[in-house]
Write a protein of this length. Structure first.
Lengths: 152, 133
């Protein structure tokens, strides 16, 4: 069980994903804060002071890239985060790396996969650029929907 | 009557690919499985308050909840994998099937996830409402 002080902010436009992740992460012992849009996410980050974040790459309102850039400029991005996305391309994976994501997961996924990823982020300190597990630069298109693309 | 039912009546030709439909069903089953896990955890806490005899009677119920959670997780995994297998260009009308869902919040979420938002169907915040009429 994770200590009660571990706070995770989850941001996704889809209410099903939000509730699913809230239940799964709370059962794993995290305090969970959820929101549905980019603007709300910035405000919530200031208040919740998360120890980790899980967010969709295509947030409504301000997109994930803008939100993360703003948080970084305000010195608020001092926690690991996991990016979720549907139909992730090699370009979006490169973008995730540029944004500083510790991990990416492709939708649809199981709730257990996300809890496992968050647990991993919480116990593994960042160690610079990490190996990319998926064949980003391999010849041919990447698999349509692997459960995890990369760790960073 | 809630928003979804009204808008589906006004816009009765909502189509979605079979792959997307499997995806949406997979998400909902995954959520149902998570709710089962939550129920399981709550029952576990209640167990601690019961007498040994009551606990024995309660244990079958807890086992059933655990089985239900595993069943839903398995079905979710199946639907997710099927969504990868079906040809991307196969579509079907989903409005009639959605119209049969009496839980308002579920119908709303599925309608939006199946493309209803692009057709002007409201993504309402109501949860747990049952539309019977």
């Amino acid at each position: 069980m994770i200590a009660n002080s571990a706070r995770v902010v989850v941001a996704d436009t889809d209410r099903t994903v939000l509730e699913l992740l809230q239940i799964r992460l709370e059962l794993a012992g995290y305090r969970v804060f959820v929101c549905r849009g980019g603007d709300e996410l910035i405000d919530m980050t200031k208040v919740a002071r998360p120890t980790a974040m899980v967010l969709d790459l295509n947030l409504s309102g301000l997109g994930a890239s803008v939100v993360l850039d703003q948080l970084r400029r305000k010195n608020l991005l001092n926690f690991p985060f996991l990016l979720m996305g549907k139909n992730m391309t090699p370009e979006s994976l490169q973008e995730a790396l540029r944004l500083g994501a510790r991990s990416c997961i492709v939708k649809p996924f199981s709730g257990a996969d996300v809890v496992e990823r968050v647990n991993w982020m919480m116990r593994t300190p960042p160690q610079g650029p990490a190996p990319i597990l998926a064949p980003i630069s391999a010849s041919g298109p990447p698999p349509r929907r692997p459960s995890v693309y990369l760790d960073a | 009557m809630k928003g979804t039912s009204l808008t589906l009546l006004a816009n009765p030709r909502l189509e979605a690919t079979v792959a997307t439909t499997f995806d949406v069903v997979a998400w909902e089953m995954e959520l149902a499985a998570a709710r089962c896990l939550m129920l399981d955890a709550m029952l576990g806490r209640v167990m601690g308050l019961l007498s040994p005899q009551q606990q024995a009677e309660f244990r079958d119920g807890m086992h059933t909840v655990d089985l239900l959670s595993q069943q839903l997780t398995g079905l979710s995994s199946f639907a997710r994998k099927m969504s990868e297998k079906v040809p991307a260009d196969v579509s079907a009308q989903v409005d009639e099937a959605l119209g049969g869902i009496t839980l308002g919040a579920l119908a709303d979420r599925m309608t939006v996830a199946l493309g209803g938002d692009e057709k002007g169907i409201n993504d309402g915040e109501a949860a747990g409402d049952v539309d019977l009429f």
